[in-house]
Design a protein around this ligand. Structure first.
Ligand code: BQF
Length: 289
């Protein structure tokens, strides 16, 4: 049976570290501030925004929520982002994704000041990540890296296989583990929906990162004995008439018998995503002029 990686506990530890740092900043008159922009009524997005605001409160970070109906225009959103870019008490700006189809996500993300881009999605910051320059790291990949570092799971020379090629998780995670230094130096492979013989590649992973968005996609046969398995999936599945539960992208019951370490869902990567947002927002506040 695998060791369970308690993401909730490690996230709480990071939140405490951030709170201490916020305490230091407040002595200089700086209270870190996060602006969260929410568009529409997506129930999952509402939950995520609530999680983020609750976490900010725990860390002593001020958060404001700006909500719009799904019909809001791109122009109105761009104007709000411009206003937030110029507000000195706003250190971080986060636009909750996904956005309605009539809005160009790339255009919105590009409008955020790279210095306030606490999600690390701005093209300038993505470029810096790829080039190995210091920047805001996307929260989920950064959270996964912290889990491994704090559990003392070495990445150097290990084969990290990432399943999924999204701009939010798969691609940045691959580049993060490729970087030189602590939590990096891995040999990285990305596999995706068009990959041939996917299971043959995942079976070679020392560290397998599942970010597909398909419940129970990763089966025991796809995992090497003693591999470290990181489950990024957050899938709500129906279990009865009016009942649902969260499951990951990994067939936990069977894969956990084979893995050396595994993250649960919930309570694995999810809380780490939130903790890294707090960290990035505090880093942004340190850049205040
Ligand atoms: C937990 C997200 C897919 C698409 C957009 C804690 C979160 C989730 C789970 C959370 C996620 C997933 C977030 C748990 C934020 C992570 O206890 O397991 C926290 O709030 N997340 C998001 O903002 O956008 C997403 C997943």
């Amino acid at each position: 049976m695998a060791n369970l990686i308690d993401g909730k506990a490690i996230a709480e530890q990071i939140t405490n570290e951030v709170r201490a740092e916020v305490g230091e900043l407040s002595k200089k008159g700086i209270i870190p501030g996060l602006a969260v922009v929410l568009v529409g009524e997506n129930p999952a997005s509402k939950v995520y925004v609530r999680n983020k605001q609750k976490a900010c409160e725990k860390a002593g970070i001020t958060s404001i929520k700006i909500s719009y109906e799904a019909t809001v225009s791109e122009k109105e959103l761009l104007e709000k982002i411009c206003e937030l870019n110029n507000k000195k008490e706003v250190d971080g700006i986060l636009v909750q994704l996904p956005l309605p189809k009539h809005i160009d996500e790339n255009k919105i993300i590009s409008a955020i000041s790279p210095l306030k881009d606490v999600d690390g999605f701005h093209p300038e910051n993505v470029g810096k990540l790829v080039l190995g320059q210091k920047t805001f790291l996307p929260c989920t990949p950064a959270g996964i890296q912290q889990l491994l570092i704090r559990k003392e799971i070495a990445t150097a020379g290990k084969h990290v296989v990432v399943i999924g090629r999204s701009n939010i998780v798969g691609k940045p995670a691959a580049f993060l583990f490729l970087q030189k230094g602590i939590g990096g130096d891995a040999t990285v492979t990305i596999v995706h929906s068009r990959t041939k013989n996917l299971a043959e590649i995942t079976k070679q992973a020392d560290i397998l990162i599942a970010a597909i968005g398909v419940p129970n996609f990763v089966k025991a046969e796809m995992v090497k004995e003693e591999a470290v398995v990181i489950d990024v999936g957050i899938n709500r599945v129906e279990i009865g008439e009016n009942e649902s539960k969260l499951v990951g992208d990994v067939d936990f019951e069977n894969v956990s018998k084979k893995a050396s370490f595994i993250t649960p869902v919930p309570g694995g990567v999810g809380p780490m995503t939130i903790a890294m947002l707090l960290k990035n927002t505090t880093e942004a506040a340190k850049l205040r002029v």
